[in-house]
Design a protein around this ligand. Structure first.
Ligand SMILES: *[C@@H]1O[C@H](CO)[C@@H](O)[C@H](O)[C@H]1NC(C)=O
Ligand SMILES: *[C@@H]1O[C@H](CO)[C@@H](O)[C@H](O)[C@H]1NC(C)=O
Length: 135
C-alpha cells in the first residue's frame, strides 16, 4: 500500500471519529454515530409488557404526549438498553408544573427496576408525557 493511501485512510479515520485522537474514547464515538437509532421505548398498558404495547424510537430532547389508551394507563415503560434515559411526566408537554420535583418520577433507563411494573410505584396512573436524553 502506498504511503499516500495509508495517509488517506488515516485521515478518513480521523474524520470518522470526529476529532483529535488524543481525547474521545472510541466507545463514545460509536455511540455518537449510532445516536439516530437511540431512543426506543416500549410502553404497554399492562405490567411485564402485557396488554396494548407500543414500541417506537423517539427523538431525544423532544417531549411526547402518550396517546389515548396509554395516557395515565401504562404499567410498562421500558427504554431500550442504550445510553439514554427518559423522564416520564404527569403533565402534558408544555404543561405547567407547580411541583418542585418537576412533576416527573425521575429518570428511567433500561436498568430501572420498576420499568416493567410501574404499579409498584403508582406511576402507571400518572404518565402523561415523557422526554428522553442522552446520558
Ligand atoms: C413479571 O416478570 C417478572 C420478572 O420476570 C416475573 O418474576 C413475574 O412473575 C412476572 N409476572 C407476571 C404476572 O407475568
Ligand atoms: C406489579 O406490582 C404490583 C404492586 O406492587 C403487584 O401487586 C403486582 O403483582 C405486580 N405485577 C407483576 C406482573 O409483577
Amino acid at each position: 500500500m502506498s504511503l499516500i493511501s495509508r495517509f488517506a485512510i488515516f485521515l478518513l479515520g480521523v474524520l470518522l471519529t470526529g476529532s483529535s485522537l488524543t481525547q474521545a474514547a472510541p466507545v463514545d464515538d460509536v455511540s455518537k454515530l449510532a445516536r439516530r437509532t437511540i431512543g426506543g421505548v416500549l410502553i404497554c398498558t399492562g405490567p411485564n409488557a402485557t396488554g396494548r404495547c407500543d414500541h417506537e424510537t423517539y427523538e431525544l430532547k423532544k417531549c411526547y404526549n402518550l396517546p389515548d389508551g396509554l395516557r395515565n394507563n401504562a404499567a410498562t415503560f421500558a427504554p431500550d438498553a442504550d445510553d439514554f434515559f427518559c423522564y416520564p411526566y404527569l403533565k402534558v408537554c408544555g404543561g405547567i408544573c407547580t411541583s418542585p420535583e418537576g412533576c416527573t418520577m425521575g429518570p428511567v433507563d433500561s436498568d430501572y427496576p420498576h420499568r416493567y411494573n410501574l404499579t409498584a410505584v403508582g406511576w402507571n396512573e400518572f404518565i402523561t408525557s415523557f422526554d428522553c436524553l442522552l446520558k
